[in-house]
Write a protein that binds this ligand. Structure first.
Ligand code: BGC
Length: 333
C-alpha cells in the first residue's frame, strides 16, 4: 500500500470509530413541553413528561414562563423550531396567539399537540387534558350543593384568555343558571397567575362584598389564595371555596375545612402522554397513531384525562389513588 492510501485508510478508520462512539451518527431526539407558569401544578406535568422521556430514551425540555406570558410562549416555540426539536406539547395561554407559531412548527414537520388547554383553530394534532367545560359544570353543581342553592359567589382565575379558564367559567356559569338564587358577582378576579395578586384580589372581594358566600377558584392557586383571605378575615366556615386541582396545600386546606371541594385534574398524564404520543407519531407515522386516538363528533382528536371531585368525605380514598399513581404528598390523614 502506498503512503497516500495508508493515510486515507487511517482517516477512514478514525471517522468510522468517531461515528460509532457518537451513537452511529444518530442525532439525539429532542422534544419540548411548554407550560403556562411556574408552580406546583406544572411541576407534576414536568415529572410526567420527564418520566416518559426517560422511558423512551429521548431528551425532553420542559419550560414554563414565570407567570402567564403570551409573547414568551411564542418566542419559546420559535426557538425550539430553530433548535431542531422534533415535537412539542404546548399549553397556549392564548389559543389564537399561538396559532401561527404552532402552524409554522407543523409546516416544518415538527409534531405539535396541545396539553392542559387547547388551541383548536391551529393545526395541532390532538389535545390531551381535562374536558374543561364539563369540569367547570361539575364545580358549579358542587357549589350549588354546598350553598344550598342560594348565595353570592366570586370567580377568581389566572387567565382571561386561555381556553381552559374560559371553558371552566362557562361550564360553571351554565350550571349556576339552574339556581336563580345564586348570584355571580362581576368583575371576574384575574391575577395572571401571580399568587400575591390572587390573595389581594380575594381580600378586596371580601371587603367590597361583606355578604359574599363563596369563591370559585379556577386555577391551581386560586383556591389556596382565597383560603388565606377567608382565614385572615375570620370567615372560615362562612365563606365557602370550590376550586380546581390538588397540591399538598389543597390537601391540608380541605382537611382544615377551608376548601370545601376541588376538581382534581390528572396533569401527570398530560405530560406523560404528551411526550409518549409525540414519540409514537414520530416512530410509527401520523396515520397509524391517529387510528388509535379517540375522535369526537367533529372529527377532532381529544384525549380527556378525566377529573375527580375531592372533598373531606373522599380525601382518604383520593390519597390512596395518589399513592397508586406515585404522586408525592406530605399530607397524611
Ligand atoms: C390550569 C393551568 C394553570 C395552572 C396554574 C391549572 O388549573 O389547568 O392551565 O396554568 O392551574 O395556575
Amino acid at each position: 500500500m502506498n503512503r497516500i492510501l495508508k493515510v486515507l485508510f487511517f482517516i477512514l478508520t478514525v471517522v468510522i470509530i468517531l461515528n460509532f462512539s457518537s451513537g452511529c451518527g444518530k442525532k439525539e431526539i429532542h422534544y419540548g413541553v411548554l407550560g403556562k407558569c411556574v408552580g406546583p401544578y406544572w411541576e407534576v406535568v414536568r415529572k410526567g413528561a420527564e418520566d416518559a422521556g426517560k422511558e423512551l430514551g429521548v431528551k425532553v425540555t420542559v419550560f414554563m414562563p414565570q407567570k402567564e406570558d403570551i409573547p414568551q410562549q411564542i418566542e419559546t416555540v420559535e426557538t425550539w423550531i430553530s433548535m431542531g426539536f422534533k415535537g412539542m406539547a404546548v399549553a397556549p395561554s392564548d389559543p389564537e396567539a399561538l396559532v401561527s407559531p404552532i402552524n409554522s412548527a407543523m409546516e416544518k414537520d415538527i409534531t405539535v399537540l396541545t396539553i392542559d388547554t387547547d388551541s383548536p383553530n391551529s393545526n395541532r394534532i390532538c389535545y390531551i387534558g381535562t374536558d374543561n367545560y364539563t369540569a367547570g359544570k361539575a364545580a358549579g353543581e358542587k357549589m350549588a350543593e354546598i350553598l344550598d342553592s342560594k348565595g353570592k359567589v366570586a370567580i377568581a382565575t389566572g387567565s382571561l384568555t386561555a381556553m381552559n379558564s374560559l371553558e371552566r367559567m362557562r361550564g360553571f356559569e351554565d350550571a349556576i343558571k339552574n339556581y336563580p338564587e345564586i348570584e355571580i358577582i362581576k368583575p371576574i378576579l384575574c391575577d395572571n397567575e401571580e399568587t400575591s395578586m390572587a390573595v389581594e384580589l380575594a381580600e378586596t372581594a371580601l371587603l367590597n362584598h361583606p355578604d359574599l358566600d363563596a369563591f370559585f377558584g379556577v386555577y391551581v392557586f386560586n383556591g389556596p389564595s382565597a383560603a388565606k383571605a377567608v382565614e385572615a378575615a375570620g370567615k372560615k366556615g362562612k365563606v365557602h371555596i370550590v376550586c380546581f386541582d390538588v397540591t399538598d396545600e389543597h390537601l391540608y386546606l380541605i382537611d382544615e375545612g377551608l376548601i370545601d371541594a376541588t376538581i382534581a385534574q390528572k396533569q401527570y398524564f398530560m405530560g406523560y402522554e404528551g411526550v409518549r404520543i409525540i414519540n409514537q407519531i414520530n416512530e410509527k407515522g401520523l396515520e397509524a397513531v391517529l387510528d388509535l386516538l379517540p375522535k369526537n363528533e367533529d372529527g377532532d382528536y381529544i384525549i380527556d384525562t378525566g377529573v375527580d371531585v375531592v372533598s373531606k368525605e373522599n380525601l382518604g380514598e383520593y390519597l390512596k389513588q395518589m399513592d397508586k399513581w406515585g404522586i408525592e404528598h406530605t399530607f397524611k390523614l
